[in-house]
Design a binder for this molecule. Structure first.
Ligand SMILES: [Zn+2]
Length: 487
């Protein structure tokens, strides 16, 4: 008994967290929560000590903090990292934070001016932010697309329909490389929105990415309404470009570009990985998508059968479209929800071990897709608790660790995100596994999730006791190193 006691005291005294922690109290201690770290395989009751925005201790000891969060009965997880977050302003950051997201990244469309993006968000952001150098945006600028003047996200005309000249292509590539040199997290592409981009142009964008060891985040090309989503051939195109150039490729929202072909595209990605290719993918947990009605993605509907229009819902009014109202509303800025997928295919994409979870979120004035506010809540509420289709640890892996792993080669700072470990950034999501759920709907897309009790960004609470904090902007730039390279 006595020997056990001595051994026990010795273990406590020698534990590194105690050695580091007793000298002074931590800034914040999250006490006695169920800490889940998918990388280390940790799933146990621990206290987490935070100092200077970093995790300074993960311990079974009773840590002392100037502030204490009682996390008994709650899960303490690494903050979620959303690789596909178009909404990059306070309205969107607020619902992301209420959904457990601590880092929101615009990687698919990306941005045209990387230094300006980071300068705009510095000191004004609730959560961490970052972006890729967007091929679409570069193409729109270089080809003087009408969407630039009209303020659309996606091409309206020339950048969608025209083949780039040699000179234009050289300028597009130069602009992408400038963004990468300025710390962009990768190259963003949306080939369904730029169907005139040739196979050669795709390779050029991948070559630019390869030069910076940066991944390409790509919405694959579509070939027509008869195909289930993008064709398998469109997946070959980008995996082939990755194999040829060496740039890693991340295929965004496999659910919406695969539709009924999801079993085949997931198999193809798995096989490419087994050949040693650096191919990753993501999915969002909804059967409907959303995009700009005036974009090239919708061109196939214009020539398609009448029955297809009822699958489209105008975001501004909630009405289902007809051929006539489709044409009348196809104006710059109008958004449309596309009910094209099935719950079975959605579930296959979401639960596959190959996919990270990413929202593809975007809200404007409270209108948009429910995935913006509800993605993590739906994964943890519906997929984990209600239906048991995902284990909790795997859901956290998909929401936090896999996105960090995707980015840590191009941006080493991501080695300290997506994990609960000493030295990691204190981006932490504390939620109640018994109540966590999404509330947003297609009719009320901005309703925040419930059950996320505490969310910390760089050690600063942005959600406390389930309530969003106003006027705090602890979000920091998530970016790669800035290189002194003239492209
Ligand atoms: Zn997309």
């Amino acid at each position: 008994m006595r020997r056990r006691l001595i051994a026990c005291i010795a273990a406590i005294l020698l534990s590194p967290s105690v050695l580091a922690g007793q000298a002074s109290a931590f800034d914040i201690v999250i006490r006695n929560g169920r800490v889940i770290d998918p990388e280390a395989g940790l799933d146990a009751v621990r206290s987490v000590g935070i100092r200077n925005g970093k995790i300074a201790a993960v311990s079974t000891a009773a840590l002392q903090g100037r502030a204490v969060i009682d996390a008994r009965g709650l899960v303490v997880a690494p903050g979620f990292i959303d690789l596909h977050a178009h909404g990059q302003n306070d309205e969107n950051y607020r619902v992301y934070a209420m959904d457990g997201v601590t880092t929101a990244l615009e990687l698919e469309v990306g941005v045209g001016d990387i230094p300006a993006f980071y300068a705009t968000h510095q000191g004004t952001s609730l959560i961490n932010y970052g972006a890729s150098a967007g091929h679409i945006r570069a193409r729109m600028a270089v080809m003087k697309d009408g969407g630039i003047e009209r303020g659309t996200i996606l091409p309206l005309d020339s950048a969608g329909y025209n083949v780039a000249s040699e000179a234009q292509l050289a300028t597009i590539r130069k602009q992408i490389e400038s963004g990468l040199a300025a710390g962009a997290l990768g190259v963003g592409m949306g080939l369904e929105y730029t169907p005139a981009a040739t196979r050669h142009e795709v390779l050029e964008a991948f070559r630019a990415a390869a030069k910076y060891r940066a991944p390409v985040f790509v919405h694959t090309r579509a070939t027509g309404i008869a195909e289930p989503g993008s064709s398998i051939e469109s997946y070959w195109e980008v995996i082939g470009a990755s194999a040829i150039t060496g740039a890693p490729v991340h295929i965004v929202h496999v659910n919406s570009t695969s539709l009924t072909a999801t079993p085949r595209t997931l198999a193809l990605i798995q096989e490419a990985r087994e050949r040693g290719l650096d191919v990753t993918a993501e999915a969002y947990p909804y059967s409907a998508g959303m995009t700009e009605l005036a974009s090239r993605l919708l061109d196939k509907f214009a020539n398609g059968p009448d029955s297809m229009f009822a699958k489209l819902m105008l975001v501004s009014t909630g009405e289902r479209l007809t051929r006539a109202t489709f044409a009348a509303n196809r104006t710059p800025g109008a958004m449309v929800i596309l009910f094209l997928n099935t719950p079975d295919m959605e579930a296959l994409a979401v639960t596959s071990p190959l996919t990270a979870i990413a929202s593809d979120g975007f809200l404007a004035n409270g209108k948009g897709h429910p995935r913006t506010a509800g993605t993590s809540g739906r994964v943890l509420g519906y997929y984990v608790r209600e239906t048991g289709q995902l284990r909790l640890v795997d859901a956290i892996r998909k929401l936090a660790l896999m996105p960090a792993q995707r980015l840590e080669k191009v941006a080493p700072m991501f080695r300290n995100k997506g994990r609960i470990k000493v030295g990691a950034d204190a981006d932490i999501t504390v939620f109640d596994p018994a109540t966590v759920a999404d509330r947003s709907t297609y009719q009320q897309p901005a309703l925040p999730s419930v059950g996320f009790r505490h969310v910390l960004v760089n050690g600063v609470p942005v959600v406390a006791d389930g309530v969003l904090k106003d006027g705090t902007y602890p979000g920091r730039a998530a970016r790669g190193p800035i290189r002194d390279v003239t492209p």
